[in-house]
Design a protein around this ligand. Structure first.
Ligand code: ASP
Length: 333
């Protein structure tokens, strides 16, 4: 027997609440504080879970469930509206331990789409369900169901109305609030991608990722972005990295963004930061892709890159005195 102590990296959790254009001046200090506190509270809870030995999968699902429950972010409660003034929610989870994944697209009655994505992963031979059949699966398994208008908020409705008045006719979550003259968040609500996500490394060395979104304001009914697509908006592999993305979904799908970071580490031997830089700073902009991602490597390194002006983001390791939360600033902290 080899008695060498197997030193594992410290467990770590990173989360995001979307990326976009900065509006430092336009935002009230109070609103900025609400975003920071929401992120910190979710990170602290995840830190306690990781310290107690919970799996990375449990931790990312719970972090995203809490982000879905927070109406500041475009997922679950507070999700954006489609062009038909409805909600169509997408989510994905992936377990890096065995490369199992589950996803749902276009659900409108399931309170927490991330829980349904996990259910699909664990209780179905299939990987992805869509629409009414996905909601029916949630109901059959006893997940909490809500009326289809439960996800909406007056702010999101104002965003939709604003989007429908613009020439382009389509806004990306946070762009709309500013244009509607509302008290904006720190990131321009009219240009922000509000998808939420979490990635974690646990005490056993396993990685997991989860992503959840309402998509884009005024999206055509039936449109699905990158968030529920394994390898585009969500990916986890114990051999490399766990990733959750936010941004212009079509470009992230074309870039296979999340898997591309993993592939650059696995096949090209790049380190985490360089792999993230290639995808977020070099590749995505060439495809018109705006946004960012959060990444935790198998070694416990964290990288939170974005090519927009800001991204709601944070990270915490077991043993840290406090979580680190960022909105503006350096793209890689
Ligand atoms: N990526 C999401 C989508 O395209 C949008 C977002 O990140 O806010 O549906």
């Amino acid at each position: 027997m080899n008695d060498k102590v197997n030193v594992r990296p410290t467990p770590v959790l990173a989360i995001h609440g979307g990326a976009g254009t900065l509006l430092r001046g336009a935002m009230s200090a109070d609103k900025e504080q609400r975003y920071r506190q929401a992120l910190e509270a979710i990170l602290l809870h995840g830190q306690a879970q990781l310290a107690a030995g919970d799996s990375a999968l449990d931790v990312v699902v719970e972090a995203v469930r809490r982000l879905e429950e927070c109406e500041l972010f475009n997922a679950g409660k507070g999700a954006v509206y489609t062009a038909a003034a409805r909600h169509e929610l997408d989510a994905c989870v992936m377990d890096g331990h065995d490369l199992q994944a589950g996803a749902v697209a276009g659900v409108s009655r399931t309170r927490n789409p991330v829980l349904l994505a996990r259910l699909v992963m664990q209780h179905s031979p299939h990987l992805m369900f869509m629409g009414a059949a996905a909601d029916e699966l949630a109901r059959a398994h006893g997940l909490e169901m809500v009326a289809s208008d439960w996800f909406g908020t007056p702010e999101r409705l104002a965003q939709l109305q604003m989007a429908q008045q613009t020439a382009s006719g389509q806004l990306l979550d946070h762009d709309g609030q500013t244009q509607a003259g509302q008290d904006s968040g720190p990131i321009d609500e009219g240009t922000k991608f509000g998808t939420v996500g979490a990635v974690a490394l646990d005490a056993r060395g396993h990685l997991a990722a989860a992503t959840s979104t309402g998509g884009m304001t005024n999206k055509q009914p039936g449109r699905v972005g990158d968030s529920p697509i394994v390898g585009a908006g969500c990916y986890a592999n114990d051999a490399t990295v766990a990733i959750s993305c936010t941004g212009t979904g079509e470009a992230f799908i074309r870039a296979c963004a999340a898997h591309d970071v993993s592939a650059l580490i696995e096949y090209a031997g790049l380190d985490l930061h360089e792999a993230c830089r290639r995808v977020v700073i070099e590749k995505l902009p060439r495809l018109g892709g705006r946004g960012g991602l959060i990444a935790v490597s198998a070694k416990g390194e964290v990288c939170l890159p974005f090519n927009t002006e800001g991204m709601y983001r944070g990270q915490v390791k077991v043993g840290d005195a406090a979580p680190a939360v960022g909105i503006y600033g350096e793209a890689f902290i």
